[in-house]
Design a protein around this ligand. Structure first.
Ligand SMILES: NC(=O)c1ccc[n+]([C@@H]2O[C@H](COP(=O)([O-])OP(=O)(O)OC[C@H]3O[C@@H](n4cnc5c(N)ncnc54)[C@H](O)[C@@H]3O)[C@@H](O)[C@H]2O)c1
Length: 347
């Protein structure tokens, strides 16, 4: 009798950076039978040891040097959960040692670094994708479907409000352009996802409001021109106490015949015009199209798509060659904020 096919060997994974965000990764990744954690790398080995204990990764080695760890373990995948300033060296090291990489946002601290990392990924033939967990929410998929199905007509304007007041402590408190570089990448990437449009230009005003507990740039407002003439407005602050929005922003999409709102959480509302006369045309509420529930959400959604892409060869939606467009929105907004002028978004 033929032997049943044995399960393929799991991917051998080294995790670089064992700080706060690793919880969101390992809650899913540590449970997957197709991933084996063979190494935990952190500049502070005690952080790696904490993660090792918490997620029962006793078979993973602990170290401080990524290249050495990849060589010692024969890893084929690196998960990059380090701080933004370390992403370039981690990703280049991983690619140079023949590993696929899934890394935390933002892809890089500068466009020059991002281009170098993209070129290295393309030359290596390995996959480098970035975590954009806010694409993996049932209601963002539903909201996008409102627009794709034409319920509000061709999209003309997209607004996102982001008002929160987290007191993180740590690297963000001292970071330049903290809202734009560390956070707005999520909202800008969501705007591309929702609108199916890419950035063309931006005017951005960034400031640090009195009372801010950040050293730089806790608030920003941006006007993006997108492909198809769409205008995307972003208003954000990381020091806005009270009546906070969702992390996924509060959204208003205006089409030629209607409007759709999403509160970034449970509520998607659609209203479209039905009358053809009167001072205000009559409108009616529409049910948004129903969309299938995602198999995995947030970080688990990105990780699952990445792992499946390695098995099937299907390109993950947050692959670096696409994600650089969202990063380019961030860096163009920063350039505009610094020089006070409208800036073309180049990638
Ligand atoms: N996707 C999300 O929703 C989300 C949320 C929070 C943070 N993040 C991102 O995750 C990343 C990490 O953020 P965090 O909040 O976990 O930070 P953190 O400071 O809690 O953890 C970072 C860890 O990386 C280690 N480290 C730094 N440089 C290193 C290097 N060169 N090699 C190995 N280890 C190194 C630090 O010692 C620390 O343990 C950032 O890029 C951040 O933007 C994403």
């Amino acid at each position: 009798m033929a032997k049943p096919p044995s399960a393929p060997a799991p991917f051998r994974v080294v995790l670089a950076g064992c700080g706060g965000i690793t919880q969101a990764w390992l809650n899913h990744a540590a449970q997957r039978p197709d991933l084996e954690f063979v190494g935990l790398v952190d500049l502070l080995p005690e952080n790696a040891a904490k993660i090792q204990k918490q997620f029962e990764l006793g078979r993973a080695r602990i170290g401080t040097d990524l290249a050495e760890m990849i060589r010692a373990t024969g890893a084929d995948v690196v998960f990059d959960c380090t701080i933004p300033a370390a992403h370039k060296s981690v990703v280049l090291t991983a690619l140079a040692h023949g590993c696929h990489v899934l890394g935390e946002k933002p892809l890089a601290e500068s466009m020059a670094d991002a281009q170098e990392m993209l070129a290295a990924a393309q030359a290596s033939g390995k996959t480098y994708a970035v975590i954009q967990n806010r694409r993996y929410l049932d209601n963002i998929v539903r909201y996008r479907e409102v627009i794709r199905a034409g319920q509000i007509g061709p999209l003309t304007t997209l607004n996102a409000d982001f008002y929160l007041a987290p007191h993180f402590g740590g690297f963000r408190d001292a970071m330049e352009h903290v809202l734009l570089l560390d956070m707005a990448i999520h909202s800008f990437d969501q705007a591309r996802y929702i609108s199916d449009a890419d950035p063309v230009s931006v005017y951005c005003h960034e400031w640090n409001p009195p009372g801010s507990w950040y050293a730089h740039g806790a608030s920003a407002q941006c006007i993006f021109e997108m492909t198809n003439g769409l205008i995307f407005n972003y208003r954000g602050s990381w020091c806005a106490e009270g009546l906070q929005t969702a992390w996924a922003c509060d959204w208003r999409a205006i089409g030629q015949t209607g409007t759709a709102r999403w509160d970034g959480e449970d509520e998607v509302q659609v209203a479209a015009v039905v009358g053809s006369d009167g001072f205000f045309r009559a409108t009616e509420r529409l049910d948004p199209p129903s969309t299938p529930q995602l198999p995995y959400h947030s970080h688990a959604g990105v990780i699952n798509e990445f792992v499946e892409s390695l098995k099937t060869g299907r390109v993950p939606q947050t692959v670096c060659t696409d994600n650089i467009k969202s990063l380019a929105m961030v860096h163009a907004a920063i350039a505009s904020a610094e020089n006070g002028r409208k800036v073309m978004v180049e990638y």
